[in-house]
Each structure stands twice: as structure tokens, then as C-alpha cells.
Design a protein around this ligand. Structure first.
Ligand SMILES: [Cu+2]
Length: 474
């Protein structure tokens, strides 16, 4: 926890160095070593959330999360992936504009890294900002596979122009562990609403819902709240925190008690209007970069705004020097999360030349079964993919006719948000957007990344049971 909180070379940076130099990786005989800039070894790991919760999962380079990989924008790198498990694996580079062969999904035709085999990938990291890598394997009804495992980590792509206007830089990944099937899912999806229900279906399907996935335990990085080192600060410091919701399951709201956060980037892309907020909301797969002024001495909890989730581990203690109280929590004001406040009105974007309509629906699975998710009336795979023409500017309309908020992601492309639930906006670029329940999101993008591109909900179970589609180039 709080890997960058103390010392010159934080543990995650050391891990990154190790990854860079491939330290500790035993090369199998008869396989010539590959000169790689980064090596990711997929293998069983243990995660000690706290001394009474030690979990077994699959991770990268002996830990979960894996190392923070720092890359330079535009500078090609070779990544060697070694799969020391019995399951074929895929490493996806979320938020990068890279070809389908290296993007890391089976649907796009990226090669699998077979069990007990290795494979090298060349990619040119871009754009700059907070990206991440994770398994893109299907899990279906196996909660020990894919994004349910500890296979996730940050990639930070540097542009070389970081003014370093902060005293500490931290990478905090929000996670849940020990997933289980449940008939009742209670989450904060209603947080996403600030408008009318624009996309309510004509006739509500009132069949009972199928099983969803819940979690027994939570953490930030690999430690539960109260375990591991606190983030140690001094009054007057500025913290730059890169947040990532690495959950395969849920969207989350996060706050630091007693403090406000200035959101400066969404999904790693600078926000044209940075805003100071009481809490942040992260859909599964989303990132937020926030600067926090240490102006309220005490000992505080940074964590989930939901008490039951904090009690199950989702948080970390922030400790000012010289303070000796118990960690305090204060509920922040509850306001719906609103992407539009980070945009800039009057932002001029190229006009869309064509539009793509998508409608999301749920077929309730009923007791003991799974829901099925439809894109335009059908679960994946579709008879015909969405066809893009190279160089064309598209308007993608996402109509969510379900009672859940879905974090939608299009691989290998960058979206410009133009409307959330009827509210126009501009200037915010993202790769993942939470489409409010019975709501709508509209984004524009330029088709400039030839090859197949996967479009899906970032909640693993939704994706596995139909909630995905392929975009292909004509
Ligand atoms: Cu979903």
C-alpha cells in the first residue's frame, strides 16, 4: 500500500525496474532469451490484504497489482509475456492506440499466450497519460479467470513535459477480491444520474434477474484498509494520485475524508476544465488523476464512500506527520457524478460524417441462471460487425435500456464526449464511459485505427454474456 508514500524509489518503481530488466525471471532452457524492455510473467501469486486475509490468485511478476510500467510516448517497446499458468492468456493495453495484433483480445485476433509459453509484442505507446494492462481472457462462470484474477497494473506513458507540480505521486488501484455469485446486487449505479430516464424501454421486462457477481473483500492496490503502510504526508504537500478502478465487477465512488480533490485528467487525458470535487466516481476500467492539497492535518481515510465496502477493506489511511488520532471518516456531500463539468463549452470538434446507433438491453436470467446482454437486439457474436470507413468521423450513440450503469469501452480508439443524458459537452477525451442506467451517452471518434476493434461493457460478466460487439474497417 502507498507504494510511493515514502522514500526516493518506491516499491512499485523498483518493481517496474525489475520488470524492465527482467530480474528474477528464470528462462527456460532451449528458448533463447528475448531482449525485452519489459517482461510480464503471469503466474500464481499470494495477496496479503491483511494478516487474516491471504488470497491466492494469478498476477504479474510475483505481485498483484503488477508493476507500474513507465513508457515514453512514441518510443517503441518490446514486451515479453511469459505465461506460467495452465490457461491461455491475453494481456490487453487499455487506452492505447495500437494495432489489433498487440492489443490483446481474442476477438480482435491478437495471438494467445499459450500455457507455459512466451510471446513478445512490439508496441508504440501512445497517447501519453495513465493507461493500464490487464487480462482480457473470458471467464464465463469461472470466477478464478480473466479480470477476476490479480492480472492488472498501471502503464504510465510519459510525454516528457511533466512539470512535477506535486510532492508525491501515487498509483492507487481500486480492487475487489473473492468474487461470488449473488442474486442481489446493491451498488451505487444510481450515482450516475442527474437527469430524466431518457432510454426507458417501452415495456419493462419484469422477469427475475439472474445471478450477478459480488465480492467478499476489497483493497486499494494489495492492502485492505488499516493494513500495510499509511500514505504519510505533511501539511502543505500536494499529492498527485493516479486512480484506477481495476474491478471486474463494479463502479465505485471514492473520497478522502476532510479533503477535496482536483480532477486534472480523465482516463489519463487532461481535463480542459479541472474541477475540485468532494468525491470521484470511477466505472470499471476508468482512471482519474487528481491533485489533493494536504491542508487539513489529521489522520484520514481515503476510500469507498460506502461504509460496508470500507469495512470490507476498500480504503487506505492518510497520515499527517505528528498526528496520533484514530483514522477519521466524514461522508462527502452526495452529488451525481457529472462528466460534463470537466469539459469546455464551445470546444470545436470535427463534425461527424456518419452515426452509429447502439441499444443495450438485458434479458433477465431468472433464479440461478445468468442474465444475457444484447447490443442492438443480439448478444455477441453478431452476424455483421459495425463497419467503419478509414478517416471517417463517427458519432456513436449508446442507449442504455437497462437498470444498470455500464462502463463502455472501445478498444484502440479515443472518444470525444459530446453528450451525457441529453447534456451537451465538449473537450473531454476518454476511452471508457459510464452510460447511466436508462440513460444515454454520445461520443464522437475518428476511424483512424485499421483492423478489428472490440466494443464492450467493462464488467467481466456482462462482457462474457453477450455485452460486446466488433467494429471492423471496410
Ligand atoms: Cu455492463
Amino acid at each position: 500500500m502507498a507504494q510511493a508514500a515514502a522514500g526516493k524509489l518506491p516499491a512499485m518503481a523498483q518493481a517496474a525496474l525489475q520488470a524492465e530488466h527482467g530480474a528474477g525471471i528464470a528462462l527456460q532452457p532451449a528458448v533463447p532469451p528475448v531482449k525485452a524492455d519489459f517482461t510480464l510473467r503471469i503466474a500464481p501469486v499470494t495477496v496479503e490484504l491483511d494478516p487474516s486475509h491471504i488470497l491466492s490468485t494469478i498476477g504479474y511478476n510475483g505481485s498483484a497489482p503488477g508493476p507500474v510500467l513507465r513508457m515514453r510516448e512514441g518510443k517503441p517497446v518490446t514486451v515479453q509475456v511469459i505465461n506460467d499458468t495452465d490457461t491461455p492468456e491475453l494481456v490487453h493495453w487499455h487506452g492505447m492506440l495500437i494495432p489489433p495484433e498487440v492489443d490483446g483480445t481474442a476477438e480482435e485476433g491478437s495471438p494467445l499466450v499459450l500455457p507455459h509459453a512466451r510471446r513478445s509484442f512490439q508496441l508504440t505507446p501512445r497517447p501519453a497519460g495513465s493507461r493500464w494492462y490487464h487480462s482480457h481472457a473470458m471467464a464465463m462462470d469461472d470466477l478464478h479467470k480473466g479480470a477476476y484474477t490479480g492480472q492488472f497494473g498501471f502503464v504510465y506513458i510519459e510525454a516528457g513535459d511533466d512539470p512535477g507540480n506535486y510532492d508525491q505521486e501515487l498509483f492507487l488501484a481500486i480492487r475487489d477480491w473473492e468474487p461470488f455469485f449473488t442474486a442481489s446486487m446493491d451498488d451505487e449505479d444510481d450515482d450516475t444520474h442527474s437527469g430524466p430516464l431518457l432510454e426507458k424501454p417501452a415495456a419493462l421486462n419484469t422477469e427475475p434477474d439472474g445471478l450477478e457477481v459480488g465480492s467478499m473483500t476489497y483493497s486499494i492496490n494489495d492492502k485492505a484498509l488499516g493494513s500495510g503502510d499509511p500514505i504519510r504526508v505533511r501539511e502543505g504537500q500536494r499529492l498527485l494520485i493516479h486512480f484506477l478502478n481495476a474491478s471486474a465487477i463494479e463502479n465505485r465512488r471514492i473520497a478522502l475524508a476532510g479533503h477535496k480533490m482536483k480532477v486534472i485528467a480523465l482516463d489519463g487525458n487532461p481535463a480542459p476544465s479541472p474541477q475540485t470535487v468532494d468525491s470521484i466516481f470511477l466505472g470499471a476500467g476508468e482512471r482519474i488523476d487528481a491533485v489533493i492539497e494536504m491542508n487539513h492535518p489529521g489522520i484520514w481515510i481515503l476510500g469507498s464512500t460506502e461504509k460496508p465496502i470500507r469495512d470490507l477493506g476498500l480504503g487506505v489511511v492518510v497520515e499527517y506527520a505528528g498526528q496520533h488520532t484514530q483514522p477519521q471518516w466524514i461522508d462527502p456531500p452526495k452529488e451525481p457524478w457529472d462528466y460534463t463539468i470537466f469539459g469546455k463549452s464551445g470546444t470545436s470538434l470535427p463534425a461527424p460524417q456518419a452515426s452509429i446507433e447502439t441499444i443495450f438491453e438485458k434479458i433477465p436470467g431468472g433464479a440461478g441462471k445468468f442474465n444475457v446482454w444484447l447490443v442492438n437486439g443480439k448478444p455477441y457474436p453478431h452476424d455483421r460487425e459495425f463497419v467503419l470507413k478509414q478517416g471517417t468521423r463517427y458519432r456513436l450513440v449508446m442507449r442504455n435500456r437497462t437498470d444498470d450503469a455500464h462502463p463502455m469501452h472501445l478498444h484502440r480508439h479515443l472518444w470525444d464526449l459530446v453528450e451525457i443524458n441529453g447534456k451537451p459537452m465538449g473537450g473531454v477525451a476518454k476511452d471508457t464511459v459510464v452510460v447511466p442506467y436508462y440513460g444515454r451517452a454520445v461520443v464522437d471518434f475518428t476511424a483512424d485505427q485499421p483492423g478489428l476493434a472490440l466494443f464492450h461493457c467493462h464488467i467481466q460478466q456482462h462482457m462474457d454474456y453477450g455485452f460486446k460487439a466488433l467494429f471492423r474497417y471496410a
